[in-house]
Design a protein around this ligand. Structure first.
Ligand code: FMN
Length: 233
């Protein structure tokens, strides 16, 4: 684990941090929790706000892990993702009532874009309450396609009045086909297997060294936020 707990800037102001994310298999939650540990070690107050995907058209497919029928369940959201529409979600009170200085957004990629639950939050009035006048950072987690997701979250976050402080992405091992088979195998079984459909597959999901990267990024974000805050005072 990267040692980022030694804070040379004890006297600096500490932001109140909100970790807001959607996470179907826990990968986005995992990287935000690693970052959250660093914020806490350095004296910040940290709250988590997991988003629930409650849209009646899709909730059933995303209500259980592993997926019941993986290809059908994954494809069920493709038309809506392509149209960039939002859907029904449930959010914790923190996004409405909290007053945070730094909002970390955990955003898994769905069909080369931000997932419908994250888009739905970022297009809501609640997101204006959470983000307006605040710094935010984006943590994209995906098998391979991170850029469109990052750009979409940045655009929507800025439209809600936030200032993007930084972004980081985490992708999964393996080439195009094998990484997709490995992810699909995991989503449909909940297990890490060595072969799927007769093909040898690489590991999937966020790897331990990527949690170290998340910790380092959190420490850098905090330094950046402190420097900006001191410069503005
Ligand atoms: C419906 C669906 C569509 C996906 N589409 C993509 C994609 O187009 N590109 C990609 O790199 N990963 C894709 N993925 C993989 C996810 O990004 C990956 O499983 C995600 O990062 C897991 O994070 P989570 O456990 O926090 O939800 C998709 C996953 C799902 C469930």
């Amino acid at each position: 684990m990267t040692d980022v707990s030694n804070d040379p800037t004890e006297s600096q102001p500490k932001p109140r941090v909100l970790l807001v994310y959607y996470s179907f298999t826990g990968q986005s939650r995992g990287v935000l929790e690693a970052a959250g540990d660093v914020f806490r070690e350095r004296g910040c107050e940290v709250d988590a706000a997991p988003i629930e995907f409650t849209d009646p058209r899709f909730a059933d497919n995303f209500s259980r892990f592993p997926m019941k029928r993986v290809w059908r369940d994954m494809f069920s959201v493709l038309p809506a993702q392509s149209r960039k529409v939002s859907g029904e979600i449930r959010t914790p009170d923190e996004v409405r009532t909290g007053d945070y200085d730094l909002v970390c957004i955990g955003s898994p990629t769905w069909w080369k874009d931000a997932s419908m639950p994250i888009r739905s939050f970022l297009q809501s009035d609640e997101a204006k309450t959470t983000l307006s006048g605040k710094s935010f950072a984006v943590f994209v987690v995906c098998r391979r396609y991170w850029r469109e997701n990052m750009d979409a979250v940045r655009t929507m976050g800025e439209q809600r009045g936030g200032r993007m402080l930084g972004g980081i992405h985490f992708t999964y091992p393996g080439g195009q086909v094998r990484s997709m088979l490995s992810l699909t195998s995991f989503l449909g079984s909940g297990q890490y297997r060595e072969r799927y459909l007769g093909v040898r597959i690489p590991p999937t999901n966020v790897q331990p060294q990527q949690l170290d990267e998340a910790r380092l990024f959190a420490a850098q974000l905090l330094d950046q936020w402190s420097a900006q805050t001191q410069a503005n005072n």
